[in-house]
Design a protein around this ligand. Structure first.
Ligand code: NAD
Length: 262
């Protein structure tokens, strides 16, 4: 088992990419404690992860809103106590709110940045504090987006929040690796999930039409967005494993070639 004995915290496990990641980590033998604000989704993921056959890993769901710094501190303390340590943080929770750029209000910025950026900072800090205090050469996997590099029609605040996650991750990848050999990377996914459905419904309609018409151009592999279990979970297992210890500060696009980063 690739992750046998690893202790992993995942955020956003009630849906989509993080739900698939929790299940994949349990199949790979890891102990996983994960959070969400969607308790129904979180409990369903916990049940599905632990019901998988012949697995030695285990998933435990705990409610936590990652925008709340105190709640994040309490969640990490509980998770670390439950697992007896921490090796990896996969910070996947995220939100999107789309409208024409000229219409965004303070509430939209607070909502999107609160989860996507502030939540990244609060969770990353708690993981690092534990790694540093205990001499763990841990891994932090954050979730950004290609939109943070390219922009996105109707998604200016979302794209900006993901650009901020990229800047944060590159910076801590320097500071925390130098100080403690902790590695920090970002994943930019292009995967069919409930968030993708929301994007199809709310992005600029002309942009979505052009995008649908040119899917094979957009995605050289498959001509479509990817599948969580087939295309993303194996990458998440690798990034949590010791095999990825020399990969640091990178933006890893799991996107079928949608954009190519240099
Ligand atoms: N699906 C894609 O193709 C795609 C593309 C680019 C980036 N992303 C990023 O990947 C990540 C996962 O996206 P997804 O498509 O699985 O989305 P999703 O909407 O299916 O899942 C996101 C999860 O985060 C949880 N969440 C929201 N606010 C939270 C909070 N305050 N505290 C804790 N949990 C919270 C939600 O309840 C949900 O369960 C996100 O960060 C997203 O921005 C996804």
């Amino acid at each position: 088992m690739e992750l046998e004995g690893k202790k992993i915290i995942v955020t956003g496990g009630g849906s989509g990419i993080a739900a698939g990641t929790v299940k994949g980590y349990v199949r790979a033998g890891a102990q996983v404690v994960f959070c969400d604000v969607n308790d129904e989704g979180g409990r369903a993921t916990e049940e599905a992860a632990n019901a998988q056959e012949n697995v030695t890993g285990k998933a435990t769901y705990i409610h936590c809103d990652i925008t709340d710094k105190t709640a994040v501190q309490e969640f990490f303390a509980k998770a670390i106590e439950l697992m007896g340590g921490l090796d990896v943080l996969a910070n996947i929770a995220g939100v999107e709110r789309n409208k024409p750029a000229e219409d965004f209000e303070k509430d939209d910025i607070d909502f999107v940045f609160g989860v996507n950026f502030n939540g990244t900072v609060w969770t990353n800090q708690e993981a690092y504090k534990y790694f540093k205090a205990n001499g763990i050469e841990g891994a932090i996997i954050n979730y950004a987006s290609d939109t943070g590099l390219t922009g996105m029609p109707n998604g200016a605040i979302y794209a900006s929040s993901k650009a901020a996650v990229l800047g944060w991750t590159r910076t801590i990848a320097m500071d925390w690796a130098r100080e403690s050999n902790v590695r920090c990377n970002c994943v930019n996914p292009a995967i069919k999930t409930p968030m993708y459905k929301y994007w199809l419904e709310t992005a600029d309609p002309a942009f979505v039409e052009a995008y649908k018409a040119g899917l094979k151009q957009q995605f050289p592999i498959d001509g479509d967005m990817g599948d969580v279990d087939r295309d993303l979970v194996p990458v998440m297992v690798f990034l949590a494993s010791d095999g990825s210890r020399f990969i640091n500060g990178q933006t890893i696009c799991v996107n079928g070639g949608l954009i190519m980063v240099r």
